[in-house]
Design a protein around this ligand. Structure first.
Ligand code: ADP
Ligand code: MG
Length: 710
């Protein structure tokens, strides 16, 4: 079948990257569809499909020199073959080489014809990672090639590779060899350096970085003498170059989004704010310096005739809610509406209770809207929101649904924004009343991220930090205990509950399996209920219906339950000041950010609180450092910096958390030192060459950016 793409006139070189993948030889509609499912639409998508790994098939390793766990290529002669059927079919092929050592190849999935090929005396070359087996080292399912017997074969068949072989990410329905071939074909169509390059030459020279063309070739087709270790770690100059351009693309995409949103008008809420001042005067405490500073930043933003886009980072317990309430009062005092949205019903209810207590005495009318508000109550809430009778609306994402029409929304506050994400941020834009512009946006998060990363992740937001806790908090005592001391904890729980306190027991597993984690929590719940017969013990895990989960959380909050066994689903936000003991199982497996969030569930009341980190020995060096960090500090910002240094931002800054698109290659921790240059270059391009900026975004961010620009 003739493919339309091949009939067309060749596009100009500058557009070579935008040529459809379907125009490559051998790519029919079915394969094009599979590629499209992975976002591989154009040649440039294949250029940027970067290898995950490299296999070194340029040399042979003597079997005697194989190291367990290290991939290598060996060549030998089949010495013995054994087929077994005892538990499941298995095939074991022993090979020997000139080093007079034996290696066993093991196969569990194979066809009869395949097994029959392994005739003793046949020469075989295989590539894989060896591991210790019953009789010395073995390789499970290595990739291999058999050579024809003497005299039959073609002479060139056993030449070694000239270059490292890239290993590409798996693509469903397309074999690795085909993926490699397609990338090769796409690379053959790489335009000349000058046509491909989008970055200003002086910028590259300044950074001492290779051209894009040179970088792509170095990554896809590394020379035989390339520094493999640097490549595998992503630290080669070519990879740094690509990472820089990718971070630049993301930065530009977020900046453009911000610039586009700030083209809209927003109500300028300037002048005095008597309601906010009254609340400040009525509070039983003075604002901390950090709260006062951040509120001033917010006020200055609100006074502008363009929408505020501000993120407030503040550790758990730093007092973000008061700042949000003050901001809401600035809008309400000017006769406008404000809304506060939280990611779960329970959190939203918590805010509702606090805000009612603070605002209603000032005569402010607060409305409530969540998924469970239905029927007449919902109709009434909607009517109040539409008429302006409701001055502050508190709720869940139900606030963003279509039927919800505000009379005059001037400020939207979003708590724990990582649970929402960019989509919702855009949806909010449309909630403003026509004529009065788009609402100001205030986003609050309790997951502090290091300053360098905040710049990258939130280039569309201004960032403030409440980096000070209210006075008088007793820090949570943190200890790390080996798991065999688990029995002592039963006594600790009993003692805490005897004093009228409450406790959490958090079960964690490394596997990303809700089901296994739920099982672990269930059996812990049973065991603890048995060991503590006098106590009321509750259970929450991710496998429970949302309603059931919330009912249990509420019972714990109300003090009806004394001990709560939970999985990490309790991580975010719930405030039970009476809880003073937190036990975290398998703490060595959690990242610092998560441990910090979990620990933040206690120490919220007046009682001295403690956190026990149970670990399973032996600890890795990394785990030891994490637990030590937890013991030595409770400052979320310090912990975030440490986390970044220890582990990298992958989990810290997971895409689900930030709404930030995943990077193909850049690693914000590894490449953080490039961020200042990225920003400088980004601002320069936005000012001097916005069309180039657009092309950089399209090249790297593609679909996601098209969405954001919509
Ligand atoms: P978070 O930042 O975790 O959302 P909250 O806003 O829930 O923290 O505040 C935690 C607790 O601290 C609340 O009980 C709140 O009333 C109290 N609080 C807030 N600011 C201050 C302050 N400046 N002094 C004393 N207590 C405060
Ligand atoms: Mg909060």
């Amino acid at each position: 079948m003739a493919r339309a793409g091949r009939q067309r006139a060749a596009p100009s070189l500058a557009d070579a990257g935008a040529v459809r993948v379907a125009s490559l030889p051998g790519v029919g509609p079915r394969m094009a569809e599979k590629l499209a499912a992975r976002g591989l639409l154009e040649l440039q998508d294949l250029w940027l499909l970067l290898p995950r790994q490299y296999e070194d098939r340029t040399r042979l390793t003597p079997i005697r020199a194989l190291q367990p766990g290290v991939s290598a290529q060996v060549e030998g002669t089949v010495a013995a073959v054994e087929r077994g059927f005892r538990y499941r079919p298995s095939l074991r092929v022993a090979i020997v080489d000139d080093s007079r050592a034996t290696l066993v190849l093991r196969f569990f999935h194979f066809r009869g014809a395949q097994a029959a090929q392994f005739v003793p005396g046949t020469r075989i070359r295989c590539y894989g990672s060896a591991r210790p087996g019953q009789h010395g080292l073995e390789m499970v399912h290595p990739s291999y090639r058999l050579f024809a017997q003497e005299g039959e074969g073609d002479a060139g068949a056993d030449a070694l590779d000239e270059q490292l072989s890239p290993v590409y990410p798996a693509i469903e329905g397309i074999g690795p060899a085909t993926v490699r071939r397609l990338v090769g074909l796409a690379l053959d169509r790489l335009p000349a350096e000058g046509e491909l390059e989008l970055l200003p030459p002086d910028a590259l020279d300044g950074l001492g970085m290779p051209s894009l063309r040179a970088a792509l070739l170095a990554v896809h087709r590394p020379a035989r003498d390339a520094d493999v270790a640097a490549l595998l770690e992503g630290r080669s100059p070519a990879q740094r170059r690509l990472a820089m351009e990718e971070m630049l693309a993301h930065h530009l995409s977020l900046r453009r989004q911000r610039i586009a949103l700030q083209q809209h008008a927003a109500p300028a809420l300037d002048g005095p704010a008597p309601l906010a001042e009254r609340l400040r005067g009525a509070l039983p405490f003075a604002l901390t310096g950090a709260q006062a500073r951040v509120f001033e930043q917010v006020r200055a933003d609100l006074a502008q005739p363009r929408p505020m886009l501000r993120l407030v980072q503040g550790d758990v317990g730093s007092g973000k809610t008061v700042v949000a309430a003050l901001a809401a009062l600035v809008a309400i005092g000017r006769g406008r509406q404000a809304a506060l949205m939280a990611p779960t019903e329970l959190l939203a209810e918590q805010h509702l209770a606090n805000l009612r207590a603070w605002l209603e005495p000032l005569g402010v009318r607060v409305a409530w809207l969540a998924g469970k508000v239905t029927g007449k109550a919902r109709a009434a809430a909607l009517a109040h929101i539409a008429s302006g009778e409701a001055q502050l609306v508190v709720g869940t994402h139900a606030l963003m649904q279509e039927g919800v029409v505000f009379r005059d929304l001037a400020l939207a506050i979003v708590d724990e924004q990582h649970r929402f994400g960019v989509h919702q941020r855009l949806a909010l834009r449309d909630k403003g009343a026509s004529g009065s512009g788009v609402p100001h946006q205030l986003v609050m998060t309790a997951t502090p991220i290091p300053r360098t990363l905040a710049m990258a992740a939130y280039a569309d937001l201004d960032v403030s930090a409440i980096d000070e806790l209210p006075p008088g908090r007793t820090p949570v005592q943190t200890v790390a205990l080996a798991a065999d001391r688990r029995p002592e904890l039963v006594e600790r729980i009993r003692a805490a509950c005897a004093e009228g306190r409450q406790a959490y027991w958090v079960c964690t597993l490394i596997e990303e399996s809700d089901e296994l984690e739920a099982q672990a929590a269930q059996s812990t719940h049973e065991a603890l209920s048995k060991a503590l017969p006098g106590l009321r013990v509750g259970l929450v895990h991710g496998r429970m219906a949302a309603r059931e989960k919330q009912a249990t959380m509420r019972a714990f909050k109300d003090g009806q339950l004394q001990l709560l066994v939970a999985t990490t689903v309790i991580e975010v936000g719930v405030d039970v000041p009476n809880a003073s003991l937190m036990i975290i199982e398998n703490a060595e497996r959690l990242g610092l950010a998560q441990l910090h969030q979990l620990r933040g569930r206690v120490g919220r009341g007046s009682a001295a609180s403690s956190c026990v980190l149970l670990y399973r020995a032996p600890l890795s060096a990394l785990a030891r450092q994490r637990l030590e960090t937890m013991r030595s500090t409770s400052d979320g910002f310090e912990i975030a910096e440490k986390d970044l240094a220890l582990r990298g931002p992958g989990e810290l800054l997971g895409t689900r958390q930030t709404g930030l698109a995943a990077f193909r290659l850049a690693d914000l921790a590894r490449d953080a030192d490039l961020l200042p240059q990225v920003h400088a270059l980004g601002e320069r391009l936005l000012a001097a060459a916005p069309a180039v900026a657009d092309r950089i975004v399209a090249r790297w961010v593609g679909g996601a950016a098209r969405y954001a620009a919509a």
